[in-house]
Design a protein around this ligand. Sequence first.
Ligand code: SF4
Length: 103
Amino acid sequence: MCEADPKRGLKVIIDPRRCIANAKCTTVAPGIYVLDEETGVAVLENEDQATVEQLFAGARACPTQAIIIEQFGRRVFPRILPPMFGESEDGDATKSASDSTEE
Ligand code: SF4
């Protein structure tokens, strides 16, 4: 029997600039999302043991969309990722600085 792995191609990215360390993700998926003791921001732990439901539950619980889930290189959550203050529309905080160096 061959069952498709629902985590196939899945990649979880936690944007430390968006994380406000309110521990919503660690509450809904304890042991999977944890707050880093030094930086205070959320990090992913035990990714191998995490279920798809736990990964998405943490991402859904995040009020700042700091947890981004991609599958095969395409963002699947959140559907809409609003730019942060000071960030360009495509989400690249460094782009506007480099764009202004045109000659
Ligand atoms: S829910 Fe979002 S903002 Fe809160 S700790 Fe987790 S990643 Fe950070």
